[in-house]
Design a protein around this ligand. Structure first.
Ligand code: URA
Length: 225
């Protein structure tokens, strides 16, 4: 990708990020410290979409920089992708919280918050035009594929995401980190299979669009004008 195009997209993302930071559609917009818009290569072939910023992300204004983010970096490295080569963002840009006895705790974004934030995510997808989207965890999958999506049964297959972008769903790295004992190996195997499918899709030659049958009338070639 030529540098001019990368700079043009970076500028569009910067403008969109400023608009997202001004948004106060949800109560969490007033509670968060930073708007965690997203980061990475504006020309990335892979876009990773998580659920929402956690405490560390809210503090630093960057997605996936806590423990789950460190595992995400290792997951990407396993398919030979550096964090800087992909674009990383979330379904919502503000940290969803739950009041607890020891202060605010992270929670998954609700359907309304994801719907309110969707125009910002759609803009990111339109600007970056990734070749593949990887949704991490059930909330991100549901935001693309509807509330009936069941991650344990339906992950690991290709779906048509926004703009017909091939979409893969896998388990969220935070979920992987929560696994203990006998569960962990099975979950890691499934994540690895999903990541390999992403790698294969990125390596495959671009799909040629299917052309409907076209009737060619021989006679028309010789018709007098
Ligand atoms: N979990 C997410 O879904 N997103 C982040 O940015 C961090 C943790």
């Amino acid at each position: 990708m030529e540098n001019g195009e990368r700079e043009r997209r970076a500028e569009l993302l910067a403008q969109a990020s400023t608009a997202a930071a001004a948004c106060r559609k949800c109560p969490i917009g007033y509670e968060r410290r930073n708007n965690v818009y997203g980061e990475g290569d504006p020309c990335a072939r892979l876009m990773v979409v998580g659920e929402g910023p956690g405490e560390t992300e809210d503090q630093l204004g960057r997605p996936f920089v806590g423990r789950a983010g460190q595992l995400l970096d290792r997951m990407l490295a396993a398919i030979e992708l550096a964090r800087e080569e992909v674009y990383i963002c979330n379904t919502v840009k503000c940290r969803p919280t739950l009041a607890g006895p020891y202060g605010a705790r992270n929670r998954a974004p609700d359907a309304q918050e994801m719907e309110n934030c969707r125009p910002f995510l759609d803009q990111q997808i339109a600007i970056i035009a990734p070749q593949v989207i990887l949704a991490l965890g059930s909330p991100a999958a549901k935001s693309f594929l509807g509330r009936d999506f069941q991650i344990t049964r339906m992950r690991g297959r290709w779906y048509a995401g926004p703009r017909d972008t091939p979409l893969m769903v896998t388990f969220h790295p935070a979920y992987v980190l929560r696994q203990t004992g006998g569960e962990i190996e099975g979950v890691k195997r499934m994540v690895w299979a999903d990541l390999k499918a992403v790698r294969a899709k990125l390596d495959a030659p671009p799909e040629v669009p299917h052309v409907q049958a076209v009737e060619i009338r021989q006679a028309s070639l010789f018709e007098a004008r």
